[in-house]
Write a protein that binds this ligand. Structure first.
Ligand code: ADP
Ligand code: MG
Length: 773
């Protein structure tokens, strides 16, 4: 992966010796004790410490903060000692020192334990009543009183110190993500030591001067000073703005280089050919293409007709007809003498694609067979679970070029899969694959094949620009005409009559020739679907604020532990619900199928087939049916514990119904309380069928970290302040600037500092980050 990103990037022309200064081990800069404590939090070098930003900013001297203390919070307060006393412990050996500090209005207790009164005399001397100081600790509670146990503290020994503190009264106090090993103010002192040693030339400036000028951004050293030692919140905001631009610019430069490196590779042009399979296919299509399908189709047709590799992301609402768009592109390549591969995330989906494609192609997929068309090709299927002879046959037809289209799962990526002339790679439902897999498949071609990535999870523009920054984007927003639409109803699980009505509704639908999905969050009472990202406590998730909100507003980051609510009923599982439905009188005589990811492949296929054919018209399933499954007769979907799924996921699930001409009904059953945020989310889902709107809402309801993944939390992550959710303007500007720069100067000869920062950071971090998508 790293290699791939680096390839195409040239070594920076100049690397000064400045890096040495920012790469100093902390123990040389701030002493071994502090360094060890800091290392526990992440930073190990001076450069890393400077990028260890305050999590929020507090008010220093306004002695009102005692009022705001909350149990469990790690805090720093300035207050005056009102009283202190040492006494022996009541039931044990040892002594206890209790001091009360005050800001003039509220009080807080400090507690120190010692083996004897003597061991506490150090504290007793320093905590004389009347002394003012700065106290740091985690707020605890003892018999209803808030207290700090063994706080770190610094008494102001003389007036100078106190005066200095008072003078800074209006300056925001940086509050660092601190730990038990080192309090925030000690981090601030260490940062200040390191920062004051840096000159203008010591810190690399990755933002080009022209870009900074255009966007009114301060230089890197100024920004570091303002972020760590601000005199006002407007300093903080300007510094953060600049740092966000930097983060965006560095990432976008890496993406632009990746894109440029790809575009520079040789590719075979696959121009449209008249009188070929594609044309024959179009004349036998049973429906009119939508305007969107035609438009996107034309863009793709032009791109694959060029000797520059297409790199396109096609996002389309569930059911918008992406498969046909992809198939037309694949046939253009086949007409031009090449092959196309279609990679699907699950076996169910791969088999379904095979069925759809062979059906749509008819005799056009029967080359060399009796009844095959004059211009025709073959379609091969490659999956992990197929029999050895079937696999050998598929491998042979891919390698010989006999199969113009090869459809498969991950099995397509394995080493023994070879193509005669792979010209186009289509990846369905991209969110299930990483960049690495994308590249693995492209690596099977002599040149670089064209790439079409399809996703039904609408990706908000900013995320598309960040996660798929090396791809161009097209969108299919309209649904084919004649869809009857879906109605969604929220069903409170607490009302038995309503739930009865749900089963009744399924019965009616089945009697009318329809099919019903019943979706559960679990397989068994204890087992979840693998890779499932379930919301463990939906209300808690909703309550977590955004990181950058916190930085901007100085809010609290440590979510207070929530009081335990009433115990929740166990979550619905496929096993239990299937057993239940077999007993429900309303469904008497209806065969209930079961489906989840842990079933063997043939059992999955059998369940899907029985469902499609109508012999088992009710399918109890986990979210394995979420992706792309197309059973037009399915009209009802019941989602149990709907509040446990993310909004986008709910939307994906719902997209499985209402694919025919009969209207669909989605019943979202939930135990969420009436005015809870979990309920609000389910209601938002019921309120719109616009996938893009829901994707935006989903993002707003998630934590930033969930979007960016682990890379965000990791040490030395390159995205600290930038919010892919909110900083749309910054990401847009950085993308334009970075593309422009890379086009003019792909090796970044004119921007040695940027090259240096990229070389240092992109390899591990962004590569890891990119890989996630
Ligand atoms: P998705 O974009 O979710 O992958 P599909 O490609 O599976 O959607 O298409 C959904 C259904 O719509 C399929 O049954 C497909 O044959 C049908 N379809 C595609 N395009 C059209 C169209 N222009 N008119 C009518 N039906 C269409
Ligand atoms: Mg699809």
């Amino acid at each position: 992966m790293n290699e791939r990103i680096i390839r195409g990037r040239h070594e920076p022309a100049v690397v000064g010796d400045r890096r040495g200064r920012l790469d100093r081990p902390l123990k040389l800069a701030v002493g071994p004790k502090t360094a060890t404590a800091l290392e526990k939090l992440g930073p190990t070098t001076t450069g890393e410490l400077l990028r260890y930003y305050p999590r929020r900013y507090g008010d220093r001297g306004r002695l009102t903060t005692l009022r705001e203390l909350r149990v469990g919070e790690h805090v720093t307060v300035i207050a005056q000692v009102a009283s202190s006393a040492v006494r022996p412990m009541r039931n044990k050996r040892g002594a206890i020192l209790t001091a009360t500090i005050t800001d003039g209005r509220d009080h807080l207790t400090l507690t120190f334990f010692g083996k004897s009164a003597g061991t506490l005399s150090f504290h007793e001397r320093r905590l004389r009543p009347g002394i003012t100081g700065m106290f740091t600790g985690t707020v605890g509670e003892y018999r209803g009183t808030l207290q700090l146990t063994h706080p770190d503290y610094e008494p102001f020994e003389d007036l100078d110190e106190e005066f200095a503190a008072v003078q800074k009264v209006d300056w925001p106090v940086p509050i660092y993500p601190a730990g038990a090993s080192i309090p925030s103010w000690r981090i601030a002192t260490a940062v200040s030591t390191v920062l004051s040693a840096q000159g203008e030339q010591d810190v690399p400036e990755p933002l080009p001067a022209a870009y900074r000028r255009d966007h009114g951004l301060v230089g890197v050293l100024q920004a570091l000073h303002w972020i760590h030692e601000p005199h006002s919140m407007s300093d903080v905001r300007r510094a953060q703005d600049r740092m966000k631009h930097e983060e965006a610019f560095v990432l976008q430069t890496a993406l632009a280089q990746r894109r440029a490196a790809m575009r520079a590779r040789p590719t075979t042009a696959r121009p449209l050919r008249m009188g070929g399979i594609r044309e024959a296919f179009e004349s036998r299509l049973p429906f009119e293409l939508t305007a969107g399908q035609r438009e996107v189709g034309a863009v793709i047709a032009d791109e694959i007709a060029e000797p520059v590799p297409m790199q396109r992301l096609l996002q389309g609402e569930v059911g918008s007809g992406k498969t046909v768009v992809a198939l037309r592109a694949m046939l253009q390549v086949v007409d031009a003498g090449g092959q196309a591969a279609l990679l699907a995330p699950t076996e169910v989906l791969a088999s379904q694609h095979l069925r759809t494609v062979t059906e749509l192609l008819g005799p056009l997929a029967e080359a060399g067979m009796l009844g095959g068309a004059e211009h025709a090709t073959r379609v091969a299927l490659l999956t992990g679970s197929q029999s050895a002879p079937a696999r050998r046959k598929a491998l042979a037809s891919a390698a010989s070029g006999e199969a113009g289209i090869v459809i498969g799962t991950h099995a397509l990526l394995s080493e023994n899969v070879q193509f005669a002339d792979l010209g186009l790679v289509v990846i369905d439902e991209q969110h299930r694959f990483g960049v690495e897999q994308r590249d693995a498949l492209r690596g099977k071609a002599q040149g670089t094949p064209h790439l079409l990535v399809m996703t039904a999870t609408p990706i908000p523009r900013t995320v598309a620009m960040t996660s798929f920054g090396d791809l161009e984007t097209s969108t299919l927003s309209e649904l084919p005409a004649g869809r009857a639409g879906i109605e969604t109803v929220v069903v409170p699980a607490g009302k038995p009559a309503w739930v009865e009505r749900v089963w009744q509704r399924i019965r009616e639908e089945v009697d009318d020739g329809g099919r019903a999905y019943v979706v559960c969050p679990r397989i068994t009472a204890t087992e979840t679907e693998q890779g499932e990202e379930m919301v463990e406590d939906p209300d808690l998730l909703d309550d977590l604020p955004f990181t950058d909100d916190l930085i901007a507003t100085g809010g609290l980051v440590d979510a207070a532990p929530r009081a335990a609510g009433p115990p929740r009923p166990p979550l619905a599982s496929v096993e239990d619900v299937a057993a239940l439905l077999r007993q429900v009188p309303a469904l008497d005589g209806v065969t209930i199928g079961e489906m989840h990811g842990q079933l063997p492949t043939d059992a999955k296929d059998a369940a899907m087939a029985a469902f499609a054919a109508g012999t088992a018209p009710v399918l109890v399933s986990t979210t394995v049916i979420e992706v792309g499954v197309d059973v037009p007769a399915a009209t009802v979907m019941v989602i149990l514990d709907a509040d446990r799924f993310g909004l986008s996921q709910l939307h994906q699930l719902r997209g499985r119904i209402g694919r025919g001409t009969k209207p669909g009904v989605c019943l979202a059953v939930t135990t969420a309380q009436k005015d809870s945020r979990a309920m609000a989310r389910v209601q938002a889902f019921a309120g719109t069928t616009d996938g893009f709107r829901l994707a935006e809402l989903d993002l707003q309801m998630r934590k930033e970290g969930d979007v960016l993944g682990a890379a965000q939390a990791g040490r030395g992550s390159s995205l600290r302040l930038l919010s892919v959710i909110k900083d749309v303007d910054i990401i847009t500007a950085a993308r334009a600037g970075a593309r422009d720069l890379v086009e003019r100067d792909p090796a970044l000869v004119t921007e040695p500092d940027l090259a240096e920062v990229l070389a240092a950071s992109i390899d591990e971090e962004t590569a890891e980050y990119l890989q996630r998508f």
